[in-house]
Write a protein that binds this ligand. Structure first.
Ligand code: F0G
Length: 476
C-alpha cells in the first residue's frame, strides 16, 4: 500500500521553496502552491528553487546514511524521499510514496569490455527495478505528491509508455486521483500499454505520435484543469535528481567521471544537471561529472541542434531561432521521429532548454547512435547483467562510441543509466534473437538493422529424447 497523509489540500507554503523561470533575464517567481508548467511572463520552463540558507541541509552527503537504519519508515525506505532534505518542497506528511527508488548500481566488467573500458570502471544504474519498471517513478512520486498537495483529482500525461505506466500505478495504488493518459497510435510497446490498462487508467490513443500527444495533453490539461505530470512539470525533475544521489551513495559519495544517459524528452539529463549543480553549490561535492546524452539517430533533435548547429545555453541566452528554424524544417519536410527505441521516439523534447543548461554546467556532450548500435548494446547488457529496454541501451552504445572517439578515457569511471526494465519491450528482444529471418526483417530489418551479432537463438529440435540430448550436447 502507498503511504500518504490524509488528504492534504492547500498546504500553506513555507516560502522556502518556490517556482522560478529558468531564463535568468526573466526570473519570475511563483509559489509552490500553484499548478503551472511554464512562466506566465515569458513562457519558459520553471525550476523549483530553494532558500538553502534557511533550510536544514546536511553538512555532508554521508549524513544520509543515518536514514538506512530507519528503513521501516516509508520516507527513509524510499530511494527518493530519503533525500528529502535535497528536494524539500513538500512537508513530509504530504508525501505519497510506493517505495520507489530501490535501484542498484551494478559493476559490470562484461559490458566494460564491450565498451572498451578497463575493469572496475563501468557501472550500470538499473532503474528498471522501480515499482513500475522504469526511472519514471522517481519523478512521479514527486509530481504526484505536489498534485495531492494542490488538491488535484485527475492527473494526465502524454507518454511513449513509461510515464503513463508510472502515473497509472500511483493513481491506482493511492486511489487519490484518476489517471488520464495520452498515447500515440501504434507507438507504444505492449509491456507498457498492458500496465496502463491493467492499472485502470483512462487511456486515450490519438492518431499521431508522441509529439502530437504531448501537444494535445498540454491543451487538454489547461482546458479541463487536469494536473499535468509530464516532465514539463518542474516537480517531476526534483524526484529524478535522486537517481544521481543514489549513484553517489553507491560509489561511497565519490563523483564518477561520466554519467551517460539516453535523451528523449530530456527530463533526466536536466534533472541530473540540476542535482549536481545544487550539490556543488551546497559544498556537498567538490567537482562535477560530465554528462553525455545519447539520442537515437532516428530521433536526434538534441544531437542535431547541439553538435551540428551550435545551439548552446549561452549563460541563459540561447539562440532560439536555431530551434525554431529546425522545427520549421521538420514540419515542412514532414519528418517524424522513428526508432525501435520507442521510449525516446521524440523530436520536440520539452526540456530542451533546461538540458542545454545542464550540458553547459557539466561540460556535456551529445551523441547519436544507430538502431544497430543500440540493439547490439542491449544484447550485451542482457548477456552481462539485468537487461534493459532498447532506449536504455542507447547509454551503453553511446559510451562505446565516446570511448572509440577517445572522448571517454579507458580508465575513467563511467555510469550508464539503464532507464527501463528488460521486460518492457520483448518484441525488439525476441526479434533480435530470432532465427526466423522474416520476423527479424519485419521488426528490425525495416529499420536498417542488418545483423544480430550477439543473438542467442533458440534451438529447434523435434520432440524426441535422443534428439534433445544431442541438441544439448552440441550446443553447450
Ligand atoms: N528511457 C526510457 C525507458 C524512457 O521511457 C524515456 C522517456 C527515456 C529514456 C527518455 O528520458 O525524457 O528524460 O530524456 N519516456 C517518456 C515516456 C517520454 O513517456 O515514458 P527523458
Amino acid at each position: 500500500m502507498p503511504t500518504t497523509a490524509q488528504p492534504v489540500t492547500n498546504q500553506p507554503t513555507t516560502g522556502l521553496a518556490y517556482q522560478q523561470c529558468i531564463m535568468p533575464r526573466c526570473g519570475a517567481q511563483y509559489s509552490v502552491d500553484e499548478v503551472r508548467t511554464s512562466c506566465d511572463a515569458c513562457g519558459s520552463l520553471l525550476d523549483i528553487v530553494y532558500d538553502w540558507d534557511a533550510l536544514p541541509v546536511p553538512k555532508t552527503l554521508k549524513w544520509f546514511e543515518s536514514k538506512w537504519s530507519r528503513r521501516n519508515e516509508p520516507l527513509c525506505r524510499s530511494g527518493v524521499w530519503r533525500f528529502h532534505e535535497l528536494l524539500p518542497f513538500a512537508p513530509p506528511e504530504a508525501v505519497v510514496t510506493i517505495g520507489e527508488g530501490q535501484t542498484p548500481l551494478i559493476l559490470t566488467n562484461g559490458v566494460a569490455d564491450y565498451i572498451g573500458l578497463n575493469h572496475d570502471r563501468l557501472y550500470l544504474e538499473y532503474e528498471g527495478m522501480n515499482p513500475s519498471g522504469s526511472f519514471k517513478d522517481n519523478g512521479m512520486t514527486a509530481a504526484f505528491t505536489h498534485a495531492h498537495m494542490t488538491g488535484a483529482q485527475r492527473a494526465a500525461c502524454a507518454s511513449t509508455g513509461n510515464t503513463s505506466a508510472s502515473l497509472a500505478l500511483y493513481c491506482c495504488s493511492s486511489k487519490l486521483m484518476k489517471a488520464v493518459i495520452f498515447i500515440g497510435s501504434g507507438k507504444i510497446s505492449y509491456g507498457k500499454l498492458s500496465q496502463a490498462l491493467d492499472y485502470g487508467a483512462l487511456t486515450v490513443q490519438i492518431a499521431g505520435d508522441f509529439d502530437d500527444a504531448m501537444h494535445r495533453v498540454q491543451q487538454i490539461s489547461k482546458q479541463l484543469g487536469i494536473y499535468l505530470v509530464n516532465s514539463v512539470n518542474p516537480f517531476r525533475l526534483e524526484g529524478q535528481k535522486t537517481i544521481m544521489f543514489r549513484v553517489l551513495e553507491s560509489l561511497n559519495w565519490e563523483v564518477p567521471d561520466w554519467i551517460v544517459v539516453p535523451g528523449g524528452n530530456l527530463g533526466n539529463s536536466s534533472a541530473f544537471g540540476k542535482a549536481f549543480h545544487e550539490l556543488h553549490q551546497l559544498g556537498l561535492i567538490e567537482r562535477m561529472p560530465r554528462i553525455a546524452i545519447i539520442n537515437a539517430a532516428g530521433a536526434n533533435t538534441l544531437y542535431e541542434l547541439y553538435e551540428n548547429r551550435g545551439l548552446r545555453w549561452n549563460k541563459g541566452e540561447p539562440d532560439t531561432s536555431i530551434v525554431n528554424g529546425y522545427y520549421a524544417e521538420l514540419d515542412s519536410e514532414g519528418r517524424r521521429a522513428d526508432t525501435i527505441a520507442s521510449a525516446i521516439e521524440i523530436n520536440r523534447p520539452v526540456n530542451l532548454y533546461k538540458c542545454l543548461r545542464a550540458l553547459e554546467c557539466t561540460q556535456g556532450v551529445v551523441r547519436e547512435v544507430s538502431e544497430q548500435e543500440m540493439l547490439d548494446a542491449k544484447a550485451q547488457v542482457g548477456a552481462n547483467g539485468m537487461g534493459c529496454e532498447p532506449a536504455s541501451a542507447a547509454s551503453v552504445a553511446g559510451a562505446k562510441l565516446l570511448r572509440e572517439e577517445g572522448v571517454i578515457g579507458r580508465d575513467e569511471r563511467v555510469v550508464c543509466i539503464l532507464t527501463g526494465h528488460q521486460l518492457k519491450d520483448p518484441t525488439a528482444t525476441v526479434a533480435y534473437h530470432t532465427a526466423d529471418q522474416n520476423e527479424f526483417n519485419r521488426v528490425l530489418g525495416s529499420r536498417g538493422v542488418s545483423r544480430a551479432a550477439y543473438a542467442n537463438r533458440a534451438v529447434q529440435v523435434e520432440n524426441d529424447l535422443d534428439a534433445i540430448v544431442r541438441a544439448i550436447q552440441l550446443n553447450s
